[in-house]
Design a protein around this ligand. Structure first.
Ligand SMILES: NC(=O)c1ccc[n+]([C@@H]2O[C@H](COP(=O)([O-])OP(=O)(O)OC[C@H]3O[C@@H](n4cnc5c(N)ncnc54)[C@H](O)[C@@H]3O)[C@@H](O)[C@H]2O)c1
Ligand SMILES: [Zn+2]
Length: 379
C-alpha cells in the first residue's frame, strides 16, 4: 500500500540509517513512569510495539478529520491485520473543535461502540487531538488508559509530553482539563513529511525555547544545522525530538503539577499568548512564541543578565526558521498589556516572567515592572 510507505520509513531515510534514528526517552514519574519512543516508521510497527508493552485490550483510535485520511485509516488497517480489535472515531480538525461538546460527542460514541473500562485510547494527531483524547481518556468511565501518537512536530516535542490534557472555554484556552499521563508515547518522525511549513515552524519555536531555557548545545546545534533542521532530515529530527522530550520530561518529572520549575516552559509564552490573542489568533502559536521570546529577552538584556550578542543569536536562529522577531507595528501595545494582566498564570497580582541568563539557563522572576514590560514591547 503506497500510503503506508508515506508514514512508514520516510522516503528520505535509507534502511541502514534507521537504527541510528530510533531513540527512547524515559519519563520518570514513579508508578506512572513511561517511555517515549522516537523514530521513522514507528506507526507501521505499532502492533509489535504494543505487544512489547503488553497491550491486548480493545483499542479506539481518536483522531481529527485530516489525520484520519492521512494516517488514521492506514493505521486502522495495520492494527486490524495484526488482529487487534480496533475502531476509529474522529472529530473535525482544528482548535475550534477543542471544547467540551466534542469531548461529550466522542464519549457518547465510545458508549455506543461498547467501550468499557478495559478499553484503551490511541490519541493520533497533533496537540489538539492529544489534548482532547487525553482528556476524554482521563474522564471516560472515571479514566481509561491512553497512548499518545503525536503527528505534528509541536505535539512530538511538546504537547504529548507532560500529561496536561484539556479543552478550551469561550472565556479562554485550556481552562478545563486534567493531569493524566499516557501509558506510552510513540513519535513517528516519518509522518512529519506531510506537515505544512507553518506547522513545522510551530514546533521549531518550542525547540528554540528548550535551547534558550536549558541547553546551549542544543541552541548551537540549531544554529549550525539549520538547513537539516528546516528540512526535517531524519537523523536531525530524531535528535531534536529526543532532546526536547528529555528536557521537558526532566522539568515535568521534577514538577508534575506546575508548582515552580515547570514555569520555565512558559519562556516567551506570556507575551506570546497576549500577542496571539490580540491578533485574534491570526498569528500562529509558534510565531507568537518567537515574538514573545525576543521581547522577554530584551528584559534580560536590560537587566544585564544576557548579552546583546545572545539576543542577536536568538533573533538569528528564529529568522533562519522564518519565524518573526518583532510584534507587528500596527498591534495595539495597550491591548497586549491588558491581556497579560488577565493571563491565568498571574498569581497574587504578579505576573511571573521567565528570563534567561545568556543562552541555556532560565530563571523565573515576579518583579518585572510595568515600565520594563512596556519598553520590551515597544516597536
Ligand atoms: N498539553 C500540553 O502540554 C500542550 C502543550 C502545547 C500545546 N498544546 C496544545 O496543542 C494544540 C496545538 O497543537 P498542534 O499545533 O499540533 O495543532 P493541531 O493538532 O491542530 O495540528 C495542526 C494541524 O496539522 C494537521 N496535522 C496533524 N498531523 C499532520 C501530519 N502528519 N501531516 C499533515 N497535517 C497534519 C492537523 O489536522 C491540524 O490541521 C493547542 O491546542 C495547544 O493548546 C498542549
Ligand atoms: Zn507553546
Amino acid at each position: 500500500m503506497s500510503r503506508q510507505k508515506s508514514f512508514g520509513a520516510s522516503g528520505k531515510c535509507r534502511p541502514e540509517d534507521i537504527v541510528h534514528v530510533w531513540d527512547k526517552v524515559k519519563v520518570p514519574l514513579g508508578q506512572r513512569s513511561y517511555e517515549i519512543q522516537i523514530g521513522p516508521g514507528l506507526l507501521t510497527e505499532l502492533p509489535a510495539r504494543l505487544q512489547e508493552i503488553g497491550i491486548a485490550q480493545r483499542l479506539f483510535i481518536v483522531t481529527d478529520s485530516n489525520v484520519e485520511d492521512l494516517i488514521g485509516i492506514d493505521l486502522l488497517n495495520i492494527l486490524q491485520d495484526a488482529d487487534f480489535e480496533v475502531t476509529l472515531i474522529s472529530f473535525p480538525a482544528g482548535e475550534e473543535s477543542k471544547h467540551m461538546e466534542t469531548v461529550i460527542g466522542l464519549a457518547r460514541r465510545l458508549v455506543q461502540l461498547g467501550a468499557d473500562r478495559r478499553s484503551l485510547i490511541l490519541a493520533l494527531g497533533g496537540g489538539v487531538t492529544g489534548d482532547i483524547a487525553g482528556f476524554l481518556a482521563s474522564i471516560y468511565m472515571r479514566g481509561i488508559p491512553f497512548i499518545q501518537l503525536p503527528t505534528t512536530l509541536l505535539a512530538q516535542v511538546d504537547s504529548s509530553v507532560g500529561g496536561k490534557t484539556g479543552v478550551d472555554l469561550p472565556e479562554g484556552k485550556n481552562l478545563i482539563g486534567t493531569f493524566a499521563q499516557p501509558l506510552a508515547v510513540f513519535a513517528d518522525i516519518g509522518v512529519l513529511a506531510s506537515l505544512p511549513g507553518s506547522e513545522v515552524r510551530n514546533g521549531l519555536a518550542e525547540i528554540v525555547k528548550y535551547g534558550m531555557i536549558a541547553d546551549p548545545e542544543l541552541f548551537k546545534f540549531l544554529e549550525e544545522k539549520w538547513w537539516d533542521v528546516v528540512n526535517l532530515e531524519p537523523e536531525t529530527t530524531s535528535f531534536l525530538v529526543r532532546r526536547s522530550c528529555e528536557i521537558k520530561a526532566d522539568v515535568v518529572s521534577r514538577d508534575e503539577r506546575e508548582g515552580g520549575l515547570r514555569r520555565i516552559l512558559n519562556f516567551g509564552h506570556t507575551i506570546g499568548h497576549a500577542v496571539e490573542a490580540v491578533s485574534g489568533y491570526s498569528i500562529p502559536h509558534g510565531e507568537a512564541v518567537a515574538i514573545g521570546m525576543v521581547a522577554v529577552s530584551k528584559i534580560s538584556v536590560a537587566r544585564g543578565l544576557m548579552a546583546q550578542e545572545d539576543l542577536a543569536r536568538l533573533k538569528g536562529v528564529l529568522e533562519q526558521f522564518r519565524l518573526p522577531v518583532e510584534i507587528p507595528g500596527s498591534m495595539d501595545r495597550q491591548s497586549i498589556m491588558e491581556h497579560m494582566k488577565r493571563d491565568k498564570k498571574v498569581q497574587d497580582g504578579r505576573i511571573h516572567f521567565v528570563l534567561t541568563r545568556g543562552i541555556g539557563e532560565a530563571l523565573v522572576v515576579g518583579d518585572v515592572s510595568k515600565e520594563e514590560l512596556e519598553r520590551a514591547i515597544q516597536p
